[in-house]
Design a protein around this ligand. Sequence first.
Ligand SMILES: *Cc1c(COP(=O)(O)O)cnc(C)c1O
Length: 396
Amino acid sequence: MSKNNGRFAEYGGQYVPETLMGELNKLADVYEQAKQDPNFQTELHDLLNNYANRPSLLYYAKRMTEDLGGAQIYFKREDLNHTGAHKINNVIGQALLAKRMGKRRLIAETGAGQHGVATATIAALFGMDCEIFMGKEDTDRQRLNVYRMQLLGAKVHAVTSGSKVLKDAINAALQEFAARPDDTFYVMGSATGPHPYPTIVRDFQSVISQESKAQMQALTGKLPDKIIACVGGGSNAIGSFANYINDPSVELIGVEAAGKGVDTDLTAATIEKGRLGVFHGMKSLFLQNQMGQIKPVYSISAGLDYPGVGPEHAALAAAKRARYVGITDDEAVAAFEYIAKEEGIIAAIESCHAVAYVQKLAPTLSKDQTIICTLSGRGDKDVAAIAKYRGVDLNE
Ligand SMILES: *Cc1c(COP(=O)(O)O)cnc(C)c1O
C-alpha cells in the first residue's frame, strides 16, 4: 500500500477478498508512478483541455448575488464539461491508468447512468471494450441513458440481485473485477471503495479546486471564504475542497440529500445519519438498520442516493475541517427553478442541493465575502422529473 495506507483517520482501508488485494495494490503502484511521470501528466491535461473542455469557467453570478444581498457568489461550471458533469475528469484519468496497465476492457457501475455514460464515452475514444453494471430498477427508470451507453458501444448488464439499485451494481462490478482482473480495469465512479480508489478519484477531481483557486486569485486577489458542493459518494466535493484543505480560512461545506427530511426514512444524509461500518471495500459512514444491514436510501436526485460516503469526507467531518448539511427535495427543486430564472442555467438536481444552501447562506454573510459553489452537472436530464414533481405531464 502507498504511504498513508489508504487511511483517512480511522476511515478508508481495503476490505476486499484476497484475489482483489493484489490487483488493487498493483493499481496503487502504477498510479504512484504515473503521478510522477511527465508524459502521463501531459496526456491527461491534453485530454482534459482538448476533449473535456477544461478549464471550466469560474462564473460570477451577479443577479443571484444582488438578489440574495450578501456574499459574492461564484459558480465553478463543471456542467460545461463534455458529457455534462464532473465525472469525465475522473474517467479520463482512470482510463489512462488502464492503458498504462495494458488493460483493454473497462467496467463500471452506474446509478442513474451518468458515470456509465462517461465511461462508455472514454472507452469509445480509446477503442476499448466497455461493460456497465446497472441495477435492474435503474435500467428500467433510465432507458435513455441505457440507450446512450449502447450508442457509445458499451454493453449494459441489468443487475437483478439485492434491491437491484446502485449498491448492487457496485457489488456486481467488484465481483466481475475479481473474476477477470487480467484484462479488466474497474473504473470507480466516486471517491469511494477500497484503497487506492478514494485517493485516485480525489486527485483526478482536484483539478476543480486547482483551477478555482487560480481563477479566484486572478479575479479577486484573495482566497474564497466558502466552498460549497453537493455530496453523493463525494467526488465533486472532494475535488472542490482538495486544494483548500490546508487553507484554514476557507470553510468547506458539503451538502447531502436530505430527501423528505433527515429525520425520515426517506433520506440520503449519510454523514448526518450514518454509522461506522464496512461496505464496498471501505470503512466509512453508512445508513444502516439496527442489525447493521445497509438501509435503502432515497433522494429525488439519482446521483446523490448512495447509502455511504467516501472515507475522506467521513474524516473531514470527524476532524471538523468540513461541515455537512442536508437539503430536502423541496428545497433542491426550488433552487433548480431559481437558478434557471435568475442566471439562465439549468443545473443538475444534484448540484441544486448545493445551490439551495447558497440561497440560505449568502444573505447571512457580508458583501466582501465570497462563495464558490460547484455546479457538478447540467440539468437537461432532470427536466422531465422536475415537471412531474410540479404535476406537469409532458406527454399530454
Ligand atoms: C454523480 C453525480 C453527483 C454525485 O457524485 P459525487 O461523487 O458525490 O460527486 C453529483 N452531481 C452530478 C451532476 C453527478 O452526475
